[in-house]
Design a protein around this ligand. Structure first.
Ligand SMILES: NC(=O)c1ccc[n+]([C@@H]2O[C@H](COP(=O)([O-])OP(=O)(O)OC[C@H]3O[C@@H](n4cnc5c(N)ncnc54)[C@H](O)[C@@H]3O)[C@@H](O)[C@H]2O)c1
Length: 310
């Protein structure tokens, strides 16, 4: 019998708990929630477990304030940190969350030296870079969740505009996980392989791109708190691809070592996700305006890294 997979989630806030819920409901793994607040992860875990008999999932979900409970995890998701409030950018979270990440990565790797880490805390590209440096793992095993979410938002808005099933719309977003510098790629967006430009005018595509960029901000302004359902589903999509060795093609934030002409930076690019973590980077041919947007995006991330307190 193959052993049951184990996923630990550090940060039992709204995103971490929602990811745990999606992972449990798909019976991907036993889940351990960890948080610094006493009782919070334990309570959230029990609440998810008690949905099992009705929803029909049977996995163990537990909560702890001690990293020992995470020992031997196959995947560790890191969502610990503060989230943005209305009017804030993700970049404004950097110093608080960098401190939190520095305290989290050591014990995570100490207890699960064989795990693949999925970084979620914002500002995402900087926190992924910090984790790559602090974890001492191969770059294949430290992956930031950005493009999975931005791309599902892009697909959703395209499907709404096109009035077709979201299942038939494929699209991807690369670059930084920020409103200003993400790079949606409409030229690569299709409806069952038919370019979206066959259906939509340039102005309509531009409006969808603009809404995608503000996908998270729009929700934060409406509900005065940061999004969690689609973020949780995006984490679950990545975790499933890794645990089930699916070789899914998902844009993720990874460490570049010469790909796309960039080195020593973490940024969103399409990758193949499987049991080996980030198994391959797909180098997309970009036209001149896409290249310029990607370069500007990397420039913004480098600026953010430069501003991060050591
Ligand atoms: N990458 C993405 O696509 C994406 C999407 C949504 C949210 N986020 C980010 O994810 C993070 C979490 O968002 P949220 O809405 O769940 O926030 P939240 O405030 O609901 O949850 C954060 C949790 O982290 C915990 N925490 C803080 N310091 C910790 C530590 N040292 N060790 C363990 N746990 C600690 C807090 O107690 C809290 O329960 C934020 O930084 C947010 O910006 C990223």
């Amino acid at each position: 019998m193959p052993k049951r997979a184990k996923v630990s989630i550090v940060g039992a806030g709204t995103v971490g708990t929602t990811a745990a819920h999606w992972i449990a409901s798909r019976e991907l793994a036993d889940v351990v929630l960890v948080d610094i607040i006493e009782g919070l992860p334990q309570g959230k875990a029990l609440d998810i477990m008690q949905a099992g008999p009705i929803a029909g999932f049977d996995v163990r979900v537990t909560g702890s304030n001690d990293y020992a409970a995470t020992a031997g995890s196959d995947v560790v998701v890191i969502t610990a940190g503060i989230a943005r409030k209305p009017g804030m950018t993700r970049e404004q979270l950097i110093d608080t969350n960098a401190g939190i990440m520095r305290s989290v990565v050591g014990p995570v790797v100490q207890h699960s030296p064989g795990a693949t880490l999925v970084v979620v805390t914002n500002p995402l590209d900087a926190m992924t870079y910090l984790t790559v440096k602090a974890a001492g793992l191969s770059r294949a095993r430290v992956i930031g969740e950005s493009g999975a979410l931005d791309s599902t938002r892009f697909r959703t808005f395209l499907a709404m505009e096109l009035a077709v099933s979201v299942n038939d719309v494929h699209a991807l977003v690369v670059g930084a996980h920020t409103d200003k510098d993400m790079v949606p790629l409409p030229r690569y967006a299709t409806v069952r392989g038919i370019p979206v430009s066959h259906f939509l005018s340039a102005a309509q595509i531009e409006a969808v791109v603009a809404r995608t960029r503000r996908g998270g901000a729009e929700i934060t302004e409406l509900m005065k708190a940061s999004a969690f359902t689609a973020p949780g589903a995006s984490i679950c999509e990545m975790v499933e691809a890794i645990l089930r060795d699916q070789k899914r093609v998902i844009p993720c934030c990874v460490y570049l070592d010469g790909e796309y002409g960039e080195r020593d930076v973490c940024v969103g690019v399409p990758v193949v996700l499987g049991a080996g973590g980030m198994e391959r980077i797909i180098e997309l041919p970009l036209d001149s305006s896409e290249k310029a947007a990607f370069k500007a995006s990397v420039g913004a991330i480098r600026e953010m890294l430069g501003a991060m307190k050591a």
